[in-house]
Design a protein around this ligand. Structure first.
Ligand code: NAD
Length: 354
């Protein structure tokens, strides 16, 4: 076995069904009595349900979380929290709401309990992407990591079909890139393989039966494991490409991940034989070729397969190739601008990755 270094992020995770009922106990354990609840406008009923469960002490609901964590929303939320003497924040939602919780927590020191309702994985990472004046800047800081994560399978039952599939593939992408990360290690490999397997088996079930409780539990468990990978090791071409496409052309987050993943993996495949072998074990129907397994999984999930269907213009392919090959980041395979352009072109057209 080769030498490695492994740093685990501290995590207190409460997982199961109806686990939001444990929130009052968790607040008592932490000595917190004045929580501020956060949600998107669409999920305000979830925040209201939390308020009823907590009973008394809730200082308010701030239901203005939105994509890309704009600084002005964070400042508005802090201005709302301060005069009410909030002593912690509880975010209930996907990566957008949890991002707001992180942005408040890192600025104010308020303890953050994240209740995750998608598979994006932000709740277990010390990473935050924020937008100021339309420009998104991402940073990592131990102070960004939420203190407690509650996974309640019941809350994911309402996740619509499209977001279930794309958010699930978004999670798989974290674990795929963890398998060839520069700072990868055997512990993260175990977590990544298990996370991919849990999602690759449960997402096709959910594609035909959104209400399968067993598949929902397995998908959420897989999402936690994959999020743990994202929080622990560095990501490469796939994540950078999605970041560039999302940031520069305003493409939707989870859908973009679903389109790009097989193409980014195909680009890196020649340089990462060990990761490909681990993926072949983790992804069903791979027959030794994980890209084949991934294509078959994506076909079952009915996720978008072409960037042009997400609203990207053909004339933007060159700009995307420039951004993705200029930025300084580590990737297992050298970044060749023309080959990256071809990756983006294939993804734009919706061609099958191979
Ligand atoms: P999201 O949080 O933007 O949610 C999308 C929509 O789905 C929202 O309207 C939300 O209210 C709704 N929704 C969420 N859960 C639901 C449920 N169970 N039932 C019904 N509706 C529900 O989507 P996302 O994909 O979770 O997060 C994307 C954002 O998170 C991006 O901005 C991305 O950059 C960020 N992100 C950050 C990290 C990180 O580590 N910092 C990791 C992953 C994603």
């Amino acid at each position: 076995m080769e030498s490695f270094e492994y740093t685990a992020n501290p995590a207190r995770v409460i997982f199961g069904s109806d686990t939001i009922k444990k929130l009052p106990d968790e607040l008592r354990r932490l000595g917190k009595t004045r929580p501020l609840l956060l949600s998107t406008p669409q999920q305000i009923s979830g925040a209201e349900a939390l308020r009823d469960i907590i009973g008394h002490g809730v200082v308010g609901i701030f239901a203005e979380a939105t994509m890309h964590t704009p600084l002005e929303v964070t400042e508005k939320a802090i201005a709302y929290a301060k005069p009410r003497n909030a002593d912690c924040v509880v975010s209930i939602g996907g990566g957008s709401t949890i991002g707001l919780g992180k942005a408040i927590s890192v600025r104010t020191g308020l303890y953050h309990i994240a209740i995750s309702t998608t598979y994006a994985g932000s709740e277990v990472t010390p990473v935050l992407g924020e937008t100021t004046g339309g420009i998104k800047v991402t940073r990592s800081d131990p102070g960004i990591l939420p203190g407690t994560v509650i996974y309640d399978v019941d809350l994911t039952m309402t996740l619509p079909a499209g977001l279930t599939a794309t958010s699930g593939v978004n999670a798989i992408a974290h674990a795929v890139e963890a398998l060839y990360a520069r700072n990868g290690n055997p512990v993260i490999n175990l977590i990544a393989k298990q996370g991919i397997r849990a999602l690759a088996l449960s997402l096709p079930v959910l594609a035909t039966d959104l209400g399968s409780r067993q598949a929902r539990a397995s998908a959420l468990y897989g999402a936690w494991l994959c999020g743990t990978c994202l929080g622990a090791v560095g990501m490469s071409l796939h994540h950078k490409l999605c970041h560039a496409l999302g940031g520069s052309f305003n493409l939707p987050h989870a859908e973009t991940h679903a389109v790009i993943l097989p193409h980014a993996l195909a680009y890196n495949a020649p340089k990462v034989p060990l990761a490909m072998a681990m993926l072949a074990e983790a992804i069903p129907e791979s027959d030794g070729e994980p890209i084949k397994g991934l294509n078959s999984l994506l076909a079952k999930l009915n996720v978008p397969r072409a960037l042009k269907d997400l609203g990207m213009k053909e004339s933007d392919i060159d700009k995307a190739a420039d951004i993705a090959s200029e930025s300084a980041y580590w990737n297992p395979r050298e970044l060749d601008r023309d080959l990256i352009r071809e990756v983006i072109r294939r993804a734009w057209e919706g061609e099958q990755a191979r």
